[in-house]
Design a protein around this ligand. Sequence first.
Ligand code: NAP
Length: 504
Amino acid sequence: MICIPIVANNLEDALHDTAEASKVADIVELRIDYIKNVDLKRLLEKCTKPVIVTNRPVREGGKFDGSEEERIELLKLALQLQADYVDVEHDSIQHICRGTGRLAHTNKTKLIVSYHNFRETPGDLTDIYKRLSQSGVDIVKIVTYANSITDNVRIYQLLKQSQMPMISFCMGELGIISRILYKRFGSYLTFASLRTGKESAPGQISIHELLNTYQAQKQDKQSSIYGLIGNPVAHSISPIIHNTLFKEMNFNSVYVPFKVDNIGEFIKEFRGLDVKGYSVTIPHKESVVKYLDAVDPIAKKIGAVNTIVNRGGQLVGFNTDCEAAIKVLEGVNQVCSKGERSFVLTKDVHLKGKKVTLIGAGGVARAIAFGLKERQAQITIINRNYERAQSLARDVGCLCKKFDDLQALDTDILINATPVGMFPKINETPFDKNKLKSNMIVFDTIYNPIETKLLHDAKTQGCKTINGLSMFIHQAAAQFKLWTGQMPSVEIIEKIACEKLTMG
Ligand code: NAP
């Protein structure tokens, strides 16, 4: 079930938001601690969906700043008015329940005993659960703050052990996945805001995002989990693409973003969640390799993985960037900016013998360099960190130059495999506009924005251009096929990606 909290600070707005929330939520939470001069009877009468009444004190992250007696009286009133659920804080539950004996008028109401920790996910979760579950209530609620993505796994394990209905998730940006995957985790419900700006706690996503991007209504306990490992991941278009493909192709699967700092710890801890597949992005494509059980020979040669497949508990790494980049360079349809389709710009580019300058020596650059080498192109690697350029050039068997030499290079094809020019720093470019020549092909691997400053300059100078979106689409399709065995429609991926990127 999805619950929308009502966080209006006056009765009129609360009535309005409750009516709006009732159209889309399964349950509405009346946060009466937000409302000045609350008329609880009127609010409950107006609710068409089941209601949780919550009167959170400041000490538990709420807004109620009156006396404890007044606060408890309002909760008792909610019980008298037979609200569907009443949330009582763990340190006040003795006012409502004594052992297993409840106040007389609690029979029709489900009691939730709640514990909130806005600082951390503490080590003694099981003890907290035991204490709360013995307080004579119907539902236990434990909400903590995620300081590490692996805190979500601890919440998952707690939910798995629970003997009674339980609401549990992590707050904060790192806890978002526990809110999205609530059915798979086994939480009684999750909270979503009515819209952006109406959150009642950190990390709460909007009902729109939960239903549309993550297809929350379609998930269940059996849903397979997939996700993107990277940092940052918040602006990635991969969740909307893969979740739409799962929906269109009838897979009971969900794809979520994993913001990861410590890749080794993440891979180890998340094995317990049986994630079926990962995409891997900046900065983990190379560092993840040593934590996998097996690596496909091409990815091994490249030394970078952008796709992981869980084969019966064995994590196997692949690289779909290499094939996708070479495909677009060799001339597939070009995907263009602002929703229009452009013409075939790079049909039949023969890479053999072409002088290619590759800016970057990270995961994507490695994949492209090995693909170009197979096509016998003459490659020069340029990277900010020269030692890294030297190392890649050695591995591939090609030239490398210092970053300062970039503008002086004579080249047929220029490729940017760095984030220079990527959203939000869209006015940056790695290459001087005046050094671009009309006979050059310029390929920017960045796909957000679709037309980077580098590509804009290149077009102005008469160069042929290839954007990163075309590569992104092909690597995503190949990734989906590795996970599911089925090739998705490249047109659907292109449509979703163009819509999402041009909408901003
Ligand atoms: P990565 O492994 O972290 O490597 C980043 C590379 O960019 C390194 O060579 C780094 O140089 C260089 N770099 C970073 N900031 C720079 C700066 N301010 N000035 C100059 N160089 C800088 O990342 P990656 O996974 O290879 O991704 C690189 C780019 O590829 C991303 O920006 C992304 O947009 C794009 N990409 C595209 C697709 C697609 O399908 N189109 C897929 C994945 C990624 P140092 O070694 O000196 O740090």
